[in-house]
Write a protein that binds this ligand. Structure first.
Ligand code: SP5
Ligand code: ZN
Length: 366
């Protein structure tokens, strides 16, 4: 398996609120560092380092990536991610390692159905976010672009058998993750939806283009509200998710959410109760896999979170390191040889994250 990594993804390093205290976010650069260390140790996992188009001498690379990202995300939103920190710095003297967190969230009113982004920087941060876990620090945009580029490049590798040696799967060490954000809102540590980047890139490169049937399997502990939102009315994209019930992001993820319009039936939520064990998890996984197989996709994106691990600080499932190999093998058994991009989402048990990733990759390749 080819594993793609970009050191620029280590630059974003933000904070979150726990109670009334600010602490370093659990979604930290150390996550990717420990995975890279683990995979380098064993050597057999085809780790490749990619250069971000933001640091490339060729400006057309960045332009091409932005045109892919802009199929999903609004330009005003992207400009906010890019410029907010520098605007703050221009207004007042601030420390390099400060963070912009939202002051006021946008909400529906009887007077305005389409509120505009406020001028005030911190109010605008609330307009373009749905929670407080998506701070903007001075290097956030660089990592967001590097992360999206890994997603985009993984599709290029997949479609280029010269690189992939005929093995139709690529794993991208994306960071920050993506599945919680939609077109105009950051949240849950996510800023650009990397699954959407993969899908737009696939549509731009593949022979079937806009007609491609695409499956998404979301295995993060949290429901991928952003990804669901983006494809909820799209009959060409099937979204299946297994996640904790009544957990973050709280307002989506019920099994009654089945899609809209022509896409009714192309959205499958499989919530699992707090504390669910591997046996219960595998029942839901098999349901998701059969639904995906029956949809007959030509391309699969896996949103892979390791916050399903029994020791994860944000999860509650009872999944162990060895189970990840069985989960991966289960996916391969039902969806054998389907060209697949796997994107890293959550997973916060730092001491075990490397071995959990390794276990998944071994199960995938077995
Ligand atoms: C990508 C990803 O995994 N994002 C997760 C973001 C979760 N942020 C909210 C964490 C709130 C934890 N509150 C504890 C309640 C446990 N029931
Ligand atoms: Zn998660």
């Amino acid at each position: 398996m080819i594993v793609l990594y970009d050191p620029d993804t280590l630059l974003h390093d933000t904070v979150e609120l726990v109670g009334a205290k600010i602490r370093s976010a659990l979604e930290s650069p150390a996550r990717t560092r420990t995975i890279v260390e683990k995979l380098s140790e064993s050597g057999e996992h085809g780790l490749r380092t990619i250069q971000s188009p933001l640091t490339s001498d060729d400006p057309s690379e960045l332009k091409a990536l932005l045109s892919i990202i802009e199929r999903t995300h609004g330009r005003e939103y992207l400009d906010h991610l890019k410029n907010a920190f520098d605007q703050w710095r221009a207004e007042q003297l601030i420390e390099q390692h400060e963070n912009i967190l939202p002051e006021c969230f946008v909400y529906p009113t009887k007077a305005h159905s389409d509120p505009r982004p406020p001028k005030d920087l911190f109010a605008r941060a609330g307009y373009f976010a749905f929670d407080m876990s998506s701070g903007i620090m001075f290097q956030t945009y660089r990592s967001v672009i590097a992360s999206a580029n890994l997603a985009s490049e993984s599709v290029s590798y997949l479609l280029d058998f010269k690189h992939s040696h005929g093995a139709p799967s690529v794993f991208a060490l994306c960071r920050p993750p993506g599945h919680h954000c939609d077109g105009n809102r950051a949240g849950g540590y996510c800023y650009v939806n990397n699954v959407a980047v993969c899908i737009s890139k696939y549509r731009s490169l593949s022979v079937s283009g806009e007609f491609a049937r695409i499956g998404i399997l979301d295995l993060d502990f949290h429901h991928g509200n952003g990804t669901q939102e983006l494809y909820y009315s799209d009959p060409q994209v099937f979204y299946a998710s297994i996640h904790g019930e009544d957990e973050f992001p709280y307002y989506t993820g019920a099994d009654s959410e089945t899609g809209a319009g022509d896409a009714v039936g192309a959205n499958l939520n499989l919530p699992l109760a707090t504390g669910s064990d591997f046996g219960e998890y595998m029942k839901k996984l098999n349901q998701a896999l059969i639904a995906l197989r029956d949809f007959r996709p030509e391309f699969l994106v896996v949103s892979l979170g390791f916050d399903t691990f029994h020791l994860d600080p944000l999860g509650s499932f009872q999944i162990s390191t060895e189970h990840y190999a069985l989960i991966a093998a289960g996916v391969r058994r039902v969806l054998a040889d389907l060209p697949t991009v796997i994107l890293l989402e959550g997973g916060y048990a730092l001491e075990h994250l490397g071995e959990n990733v390794k276990s998944f990759l071994e199960g995938w390749e077995a």
